[in-house]
Design a protein. Structure first.
Length: 310
């Protein structure tokens, strides 16, 4: 296994390996994802978090089923269904639901800093998934990044007493997304990039539809046009089209190199939160964000550059 592989050696890739193209596709996906937290913050002002988290997956699943049916895609085989369930649990259910509930009581900028752990978390899952043995420095930098994020969350919560429940939800979302990203990136080389997220959405659709119906138990949701537009973006772009670009970039690879582009996502998110939501940039946000991003970036680079064998 080469150091560019995130988990296992794969044969017969669906797409060609053109690194520069992979990076640009990955960047397009990151730009699409960078609006997710601000638009979620807008949507939760008028819609219930359960409706947003589950409903957007239902919207994306409808589009995914249409795309799969119209292009007559082959069905996954055997254990691929189990792996798709892992992807669906992480990025279709876990991350959207946890972040949506968290953003009901915290700012988009705050959420972006905690979520900045995602690249290091994804690299860690890839290391475990591939049974790699990275240098001790990788684990040290990853641990420092986690500590930096926790300290930031504690300070933002008003002291070192305890974490706010929203921070626990955000940390859970990071773990869920890391698992989904790592497994989804591998499946993208076997099933195809957009086919992977499409099948994952279809797999999760029964549970997400049930949750959406439960969220409607209190009545038909009412919201402003901007809140409905934000919800539409989450369903069409964040949950569907964005993954087309992201998984296409990961599939072209090298996966670990393309995944580093995620490091710019929190910077973009904070910028959108300031421009669109009017959230102010504090010194705590700036220092906390810089510390987490630097640690995550260093951890990914250490894994990308293992010590050469004599």
């Amino acid at each position: 296994m080469s150091h560019n592989s995130s988990a296992t050696t794969l044969s017969r890739p669906v797409v060609s390996k053109r690194t520069s193209t992979g990076v640009w596709w990955g960047l397009l996906g990151v730009v699409a994802f960078s609006f997710t937290v601000p638009f979620t913050r807008v949507a939760v002002e008028g819609l219930s978090p359960l409706f947003i988290g589950a409903g957007r997956a239902v919207v994306a699943a409808i589009l995914a089923a249409l795309a799969l049916g119209m292009t007559r895609q082959r069905f996954p085989q055997g254990f691929q269904w189990v792996r798709l369930a892992v992807v669906a649990s992480g990025i279709v259910a876990g991350f959207p639901l946890l972040t949506t509930f968290a953003l009901t009581s915290t700012t988009a900028s705050h959420g972006a800093i905690v979520i900045a752990l995602l690249p290091a978390a994804t690299a860690t899952v890839a290391v475990i998934r591939g049974r790699e043995r990275p240098r001790l420095l990788f684990w040290v930098l990853t641990a420092v990044g986690v500590i930096a994020a926790l300290v930031f969350a504690l300070v933002q919560s008003g002291g070192f007493g305890q974490l706010h429940w929203a921070d626990l939800l955000l940390l859970g979302a990071v773990i869920a997304a890391a698992i989904g990203y790592a497994e989804g990136g591998l499946l993208a080389r076997e099933l195809g990039p957009w086919q992977t997220i499409s099948w994952a959405l279809v797999v999760a659709s029964p549970a997400m539809l049930l949750l959406t119906l439960l969220s409607l138990g209190s009545g038909t949701p009412s919201a402003t046009p901007s809140q409905w537009l934000s919800f539409a973006y989450l369903g069409v772009v964040s949950m569907f089209l964005g993954f087309f670009a992201w998984y296409h970039g990961l599939a072209i690879g090298p996966m670990a190199q393309v995944s580093q582009i995620q490091l710019v996502q929190p910077v973009m998110t904070i910028a959108w939160a300031s421009l669109l939501l009017g959230e102010s940039m504090t010194w705590t946000t700036a220092i906390g964000g810089l510390a987490v991003i630097l640690c995550a970036g260093a951890a990914v680079r250490v894994r990308l550059n293992p010590p050469s064998n004599p």
